[in-house]
Design a protein around this ligand. Structure first.
Ligand code: G6P
Length: 475
């Protein structure tokens, strides 16, 4: 695998995303994108520009660079006045639910669109200082039109985009205001990367439906030039998970973990780790426990870790309440004096602490209604004891289900709690040989295509734009 990593083109890369990583294993991550890109930047020497938590006053200033492993981090203060339109309304109340095909959770943020475009433009202008680096790699739905904005400023380096979320069918994407303009701007990138075949095919279907464009051998040709489209299923770096298990935690976190684990001594428990987001199907999972415990009282409990997320978006506030009510109901209905069915916390945990909790849990439950990949599924696998591994219950609508098949994970339809309940019960009672067989196969896959292989593959592909399309032909 090291050979593959070494084949990564020797480029001075700029990575751009809305959210960044803490670069500290003892601090919690804020989502899949941050967890995925942190090791890539640390190892590759890339410069990662992301928005800071501090909301700025809208003035652009030279970006201060901070070293992060081999790489660099540049935090950009986005103007506070645009948080609402760009982040809350357009990115997270319109685009996010549509990309996950959840029309009931979608509100049409017509006004947010203007802010969204302005912020992409603002970020492009901040990136102008970096125009002499070799290539730009932009991430996720906050920045769909950034490639076009970079080109409009005269930046002529190869620019690639990777979507961490799913991409929906043509009739869904229509719900986004200005979806045609947005999709057209995505064709300004030289390379578009998706998590799964499903997402790639949906995107191609949208191009066909709305622009009459046909992809040929993974390439779409427009007046601007060529855009290549490919799937690159994202992975994790499994090695640190083994190291985390041996690493010391801060006394406070150690104390928290020990007192949580005390609840499950000598008993079976499943674990769910999700941002508190309606795409994650936490409510259906809780209902599955309701049904399971009615049929098999006291058989297994659930540790649900659900750090709060996007709390200023209405749908998230509603969902928090929905989940809490459902959990209270299960605990009241099935709890006994000395035993609580569901332990629930909104506290975030570091990767090192999560590794221990994953390892202790008999079942990992990952039940999103739809999801780009879901790295928790892979992290759960990476943290297991090879001699006595737990079992993964996995939604067939998570991208990870294109990697892990039914001989490995127990695949379920997350819309049907009874199906989840049956799978959890099966997982909790599975014999050791079958558990080992299923786990071994998932672990081999997790180790043979890591986050470093993913980024090397992507960057090699992006590098081809430098070779095949000379910069002066971009316009
Ligand atoms: C998902 C998205 C990321 C996002 C993360 C956390 O993983 O794909 O782009 O950063 O959620 O969400 P937040 O809104 O807190 O950045």
């Amino acid at each position: 695998r090291l050979d593959r990593v070494n084949q990564q083109p020797d480029m001075k890369l700029v990575v751009i995303s809305n959210r960044g990583a803490p670069f500290d294993p003892n601090k919690p991550q804020t989502g899949g994108l941050a967890a995925a890109l942190e090791p890539v930047v640390e190892r590759s020497g890339a410069l990662w520009m992301f928005s800071s938590e501090n909301r700025g006053d809208g003035t652009e200033r030279p970006l201060p660079l901070v070293k992060a492993g081999e790489g660099y981090v540049a935090k950009l203060d986005l103007p506070a006045a645009h948080h609402r339109g760009y982040y809350r309304d357009f990115s997270n109340s319109t685009l996010w639910p549509v990309l996950h095909s959840l029309s009931d959770r979608t509100s049409r943020a017509e006004e947010g669109y203007d802010s969204y475009r302005q912020m992409n433009n603002f970020i492009a202008r901040a990136a102008f200082d970096l125009r002499d680096r070799d290539a730009f790699w932009v991430h996720d739905y906050h920045l769909l039109p950034l490639g076009g904005d970079l080109h409009n400023l005269g930046i002529e380096r190869p620019t690639g985009f990777f979507l961490h979320t799913p991409w929906p069918t043509p009739d869904m994407i229509e719900r986004v205001p200005n979806y045609r303009e947005l999709m057209k701007s995505m064709l300004e990138y030289d390379l578009l990367g998706f998590q799964t075949n499903r997402d790639l095919n949906n995107f191609l279907a949208c191009l066909r439906t709305y622009f009459g464009l046909e992809g040929k051998d993974g390439v779409v040709t427009t007046e601007r030039g060529q855009t290549r489209l490919q799937k690159f299923p994202i992975g994790i770096d499994p090695r640190p998970f083994a190291e985390y298990l041996a690493a010391e935690l801060s006394p406070a976190e150690q104390e928290k973990i020990s007192s949580l684990l005390q609840n499950f001594e000598g008993a079976k428990f499943a674990i769910g780790v999700d941002r508190l987001d309606y795409t994650k199907g936490i409510d259906k999972r809780v209902e599955a426990f309701n049904q399971l415990l009615a049929a098999e009282p006291g058989s297994i409990s659930l540790l649900q870790i659900a750090p709060s997320s996007r709390a200023d978006v209405d749908e998230y506030r509603k969902y928090k309440e929905e989940v809490e009510n459902a959990i209270n109901h299960v605990n009241a209905e099935h709890g006994k004096e000395e035993w609580k069915p569901i332990h629930y916390t909104n506290d975030p945990f570091s990767q090192a602490a999560l590794a221990r909790l994953y390892r202790a849990a008999h079942v990992g439950v990952v039940t999103p209604l739809r999801e780009g990949m879901n790295l928790v599924a892979k992290e759960y696998v990476a943290a297991q004891d090879p001699k006595d591994p737990g079992v993964l219950v996995l939604s067939k609508f998570a991208g990870a289900a294109e990697d892990f098949n039914e001989d490995e994970a127990l695949l379920i339809d997350p819309n049907h709690p009874e199906e989840i309940a049956t799978a959890i019960s099966k997982a909790a009672n599975m014999r050791l040989e079958e558990r080992v067989m299923r786990w071994r196969s998932m672990m081999d896959k997790t180790e043979s295509y890591t986050i470093h292989d993913w980024s090397a593959d992507y960057l090699r592909e992006l590098d081809k734009s430098r070779i095949t399309v000379p910069a002066n032909q971009f316009h």
